[in-house]
Ligand binder design. Sequence first.
Ligand code: FNR
Length: 377
Amino acid sequence: PDLASVLNVFDFEAIARKTLSREAWVYYSSGSGDEITLRDNRQSFNRIAMIPRVLVNVSSISTTTRLLGSHCAMPIYISSCALGKLGHPEGEVVLTRAAGTRNVIQMMPTLASCGLDEMLDARRPKEGGDGWQDTWFQLYVNSDREVTKRVVQHAEKRGCKGLFVTVDAPWLGRREKDMRVKYVDDAPDIQKRETDTNGKLVNRAEGAARAISSFIDSKLAWSDLSWLASITSLPIVLKGIQCAEDAVRAARTPRIAGIVVSNHGGRQLDTSRSGIEILPEVMDALNAAGLKRRIEVFVDGGVRRGTDVFKALALGAAGVGIGRPTLYAMSTYGQAGVERLLDIFKEELEGCMGLMGVTKISEIRRDMVDTKYLGAR
Ligand code: FNR
């Protein structure tokens, strides 16, 4: 279908399901186990209700904000997803370019099918000529710490603005749909990455996820964060926090600048709670401990509507990550598709703000959403 006829974020998914290779579709769409968490990520948003305010002058609305100090067009970033080339021959650089034209931050994945430099080379010069579009780097800590040190320091040297350490994948979630498909690929850079990071051949007979993730260090612990802080001056954000206790611990850890409340898009531990459901208890705990201003809180998982973004911000998030929608838009319509996706999010968020009686992001408050049914099962 014509891109102009794509009206909402779900449309991209429906088209991707029909047009992607089986291998790409199952890798992108799958969740772990019975996919209960995957479904809950959506359902939780639907269980939150909006409480609009009326008679506010909403003739002019701005969605701009700052995330980790970077100016962005809206409180949405492209979250890191591995293996972009399964869906589009050019891979993640497509996302980089779209993020650049829309002034949105892309979190670049360790397991991208493009090299980090390739993605960084695709950045757009900033308006006013002061450097390049802001990007973040998502890190999987390698069992070989020297490899990690090299990658992190390279990302910093090349101007990445934040280091997002994924902490919810010490073991790989069982994504059975993906495991049933034999992963055969001939993309040479993926091949190279495998030997770069592992020095050994990996088992390709158990799905894409298993084929690429064997280097991730399952020994990584809180005590390693001081080492990480010692090799970089980038703001460090822990991606994959799932309870108040860990959020408070993160906020008390030196050099931790933020957390992403996330269950990895329902791909890791099934029947864990949705990020949006965890967010209120995380904010309450940070507040009670006097730590709310110490860290920036992000949330991801199931964000598909402008109202979802508003709900996350009302409950305390500074910004939200989107994963699968970016893969589906990229795979079906390339850069124009991702740009349209971001435009849809922006239009929906503006429309939502207007009807909520809010003209700028800082006016979004917790008493604008009703969470009475959020914990219901
Ligand atoms: C991911 N995600 C992810 N996260 C991460 O830290 N490193 C990674 O390599 C990947 N890879 C990855 C691949 C695919 C195909 C998906 C769908 C997701 C998780 C991602 O960053 C994000 O947390 C979720 O995707 C957010 O949920 P939604 O928006 O997909 O519902």
